[in-house]
Design a protein around this ligand. Structure first.
Ligand code: CTP
Ligand code: CA
Length: 234
């Protein structure tokens, strides 16, 4: 996607995007995380800036292989708690908030301030976990008039339902305006260059996102956000 090929149709829009998996520390040398690379969130930020938006990217993967997108304010965060604080602060000034980050659902119940040692001849203690706050739900609760809140869902099918069944239930549970659904598993979505999925809106509209680059996918998401922000319809 060449920047000069994109319309500046997001000019004036203030957007916040979160990206990457959170890291939940267990001790000074260990943490729990997930397979999110942050690539889709970075592509959303890059494309939004290229289309003229004022972009804040709250990222858990600064200093990694992804370079800061041009013209984007990058705010580093690592844990779910840090991401929550940074996103909620930035959201106060935003027209659109996109939660592309893979927030760890749980964190270790306590942070041990020294390296945990294995003890000869005994099995390890079970790891006690606590729930992290649901940032997306908090954003929806605190949404200002006219502000759009966008969630992401990476789903696989299972005996309880297919990808879309799970996604529809998640949209209803979260209460966001738009849910961007990625089909995952079988090498789909995580750590790869291409994505495919669906856009689900609160009014029940559903549109497929064809297989394509993460930049192309990002542009499709911004097209939908633009339509929603101007007409409230997908
Ligand atoms: N999310 C969040 N805070 C959390 C967990 C998730 O803000 N503690 C956001 C994610 O950034 C994403 C959306 O909620 O935009 C959906 O995340 P997902 O993990 O798919 O939803 P969960 O409610 O955690 O459901 P699941 O049990 O399927 O993981
Ligand atoms: Ca989750």
């Amino acid at each position: 996607e060449r920047p000069d090929a994109l319309p500046r149709d997001l000019t004036g829009l203030r957007v916040v995007i979160s990206a990457g998996g959170t890291r939940e520390p267990l001790d000074p040398v260990r943490y729990l995380t997930n397979r999110s690379s942050g690539k889709q969130g970075y592509a959303l930020a890059r494309v939004a800036a290229q289309r003229g938006a004022q972009v804040t990217l709250v990222s858990t993967v600064t200093g990694g292989p992804l370079s800061d997108p041009a013209g984007v304010e990058v705010v580093p965060a690592s844990t779910a708690e840090q991401l929550r604080a940074a996103v909620l602060t930035a959201a106060e000034q935003a027209d659109v908030v996109v939660m592309a980050a893979a927030v760890a659902d749980f964190r270790p119940a306590e942070f041990v301030d020294h390296k945990i040692k294995k003890t000869e001849g005994s099995e390890p203690q079970p790891l006690e976990l606590r729930r992290n706050p649901d940032i997306l739900v908090e954003l929806v609760k605190g949404r200002r008039p006219g502000q759009l809140v966008v969630g992401f869902a990476a789903e696989t099918g299972d005996p309880g339902g297919d990808v879309l069944d799970h996604a529809r239930a998640k949209l209803a549970r979260k209460g966001c305006d738009l849910l961007v659904v990625n089909a995952v598993g079988d090498g789909k979505a995580f750590e790869v260059e291409h994505n495919q999925g669906w856009l689900l809106t609160a009014d029940g509209a559903e549109a497929p996102i064809p297989q394509g680059s993460k930049a192309r996918f990002a542009s499709t998401v911004w097209d939908a956000i633009l339509r929603l922000s101007s007409s409230d319809r997908l």
